[in-house]
Design a protein around this ligand. Sequence first.
Ligand SMILES: Nc1nc2c(c(=O)[nH]1)N[C@H]1C(S)=C(S)[C@@H](COP(=O)(O)OP(=O)(O)OC[C@H]3O[C@@H](n4cnc5c(N)ncnc54)[C@H](O)[C@@H]3O)O[C@H]1N2
Ligand code: MOO
Length: 652
Amino acid sequence: MGRFKRTIYLHMKTLEEARAVWQEAMGGYRTAVEQIATEQALGRVSARPVTARLSVPHYHGAAMDGYAVKASHTFGASDVRPLRLELGRQAVPVDTGDPMPEGTDAVIMIEHAQEVDGTAIEIRQAAFPWQHVRKVGEDIVAGELLLPQQHRLRPADLGAMLAAGVSQVPVFAQPRVWIQPTGTELVPARRAAQAKPGQIVEFNGTVIASLVRENGGVPLLQDVVADDYESLLDAVRRAAVSPADVIVLNAGSSAGSEDYTVSILKELGTLLVHGVAMMPGKPVLLGRVESKPFIGLPGYPVSAIMAFEQFLRPLLHWMQGLAEPSDPTVEAVLGRKMPSKLGLEEFVRVILGRVQGRLVAMPLQRGAGVITSLTRADGLLRIPQEVEGINEGEPIRVRLLRSEDALEKTLIMIGSHDNTVDVLASELKRLDARLHLSSSNVGSLGGLLAVRRGQAHFAGAHLLDPETGDYNRRYVERYLAGTPVRLVRLVRRQQGLLTAPGNPKKIRGIEDLFREDVRFVNRQAGSGTRILLDYELERAGRSPEGIQGYDWEEYTHMAVAVNVLSGTADCGMAIFAAAAALGLDFIPICQECYDLVIPEACWTDPKLEFLLDVIGSERFLERVRALGGYDPSESGTVVGVWDGTAWRETKS
Ligand SMILES: Nc1nc2c(c(=O)[nH]1)N[C@H]1C(S)=C(S)[C@@H](COP(=O)(O)OP(=O)(O)OC[C@H]3O[C@@H](n4cnc5c(N)ncnc54)[C@H](O)[C@@H]3O)O[C@H]1N2
Ligand code: MOO
């Protein structure tokens, strides 16, 4: 078929404008009202006021176990003048909830009466009228308003309705949402392992369906349809005549030549908004097909979720007569400078934790395709469109994605990543389910700087001093003058050369990097691994000249490994774990030390005590050994105490 014209965002709106247009168009849209059994109504929203049919209680009943009496018969009883009441006639035994016997109006608790000969009780205190009696209608009076309309029903609400004889309740029908994943490149998740380049596992459908469910709707998740005009047109037509109340298409809403959604919306309905000045989520599309709201969510997962929150979440609430929920926020300081595009409202995912009394927010990866930026996030920072960026240390408000008290149990780690840190995180959780380790991977040096700024509970670093062969101490001296810290060894780990499986080029060591038929992939300047390579070259008396690919820099161990696996490089330097993860060959070059840098100010924080307990535990050591490529024999050892100007202890 012929190529379609590329579409452009006709009139990009600000987020505020787009939300206003959407509310104007859809704010009054409601689902039908249906009667459902009260027992099934949890979480549903009342469509009309609910009134009580019966009073509760509907008889005068005993509120305590004891004896029903007529209060006036007990007057005058006291410690000095105990009073006897004849059992059966003046005092009738009752249990809590029993109806009050004819002629009685008070209950004396069993512990305040003494039985005498099985024929009478003796009391030492008078009862007052209606003492320990639940009177008719004490709780609910028939005809009284029990619950207002547009109220989300909670467990206690169901109880009150049932008690008051309301067995059916009128509620707004749950909005049914047609979710149509589109894309020729999409393959079902069960075939994830066989996906070829260009094929993407379909998962947005499940994410959107779950969000719909969380917000009181019923997802109608469809099979994927191809990105061609006819198939999409057909899908939207089917949605329009289906019982669905809302139509959601994902994706194909941006400017690609296969992004037909705009044309379809124009053909079958009305376009309200195309393009919103928000990021992620810019290519969102809003409109109407027949009388149904239509939303085109962007394809990138984070974009889809952000656009869901701004447009579909409020809609699902309006449709049930509810207001859009507000989100809890906290005040924090930004841990790292964040530039932002003017004219775009930006949503930045952050980790959050309390370090030395201040709540610190550290930005995670910003890419709209990085779904783990949301799984790992503790909060969401919104940078308004008129702001060009936020400076490090500036106070900000952050929307919470976890509970506020959970933040008090969060350890913030910044620095270089290592797989044993993941083991640490999982062992901490095992010890106490509330403990949480949030990490931001910005390299070893970035970690030291974060410690200097008081933004991390600890950093992870593996910085070699080429002059002494020692790790981290020299860098602490240079970057942490005035900041007392302790260095704790986490592990020693193998660094080496990675090659394709079977090592087809027969690479045996550093010397082979200079061969003409070997293409190398390097790590970025300043990274621990790069420093190590340069050190090894110097020890071998070689300069890097002559290594093909020395200038080609990647930022992580795994990125190096991926290049070797795909064949774009023959060899790279990384830790053993990266080779093991992708089934590559590994030629050990040396062992390096990976240490935790813990500020003295955090040393006595109970969370860090837990952390050190974990590092010292046999289970942790076992799991680290099982990873391969690690030597945990010094794990947990304090290898240096820095008082801000000098080392107080040397290696122990
Ligand atoms: N030239 C331009 N290109 C792009 C622009 C732009 O303005 N000009 N906008 C970018 C932005 S911002 C976003 S966001 C994306 C979204 O584009 P679409 O909504 O058209 O989505 P696709 O291109 O079809 O897909 C993007 C990406 O997401 C994956 N995807 C799609 N559906 C699913 C699914 N159900 N499950 C998992 N992953 C899915 C898809 O395979 C793509 O990788 O466009 C930029 N481009
Ligand atoms: O706006 Mo897109 O949604 O950044 O990735």
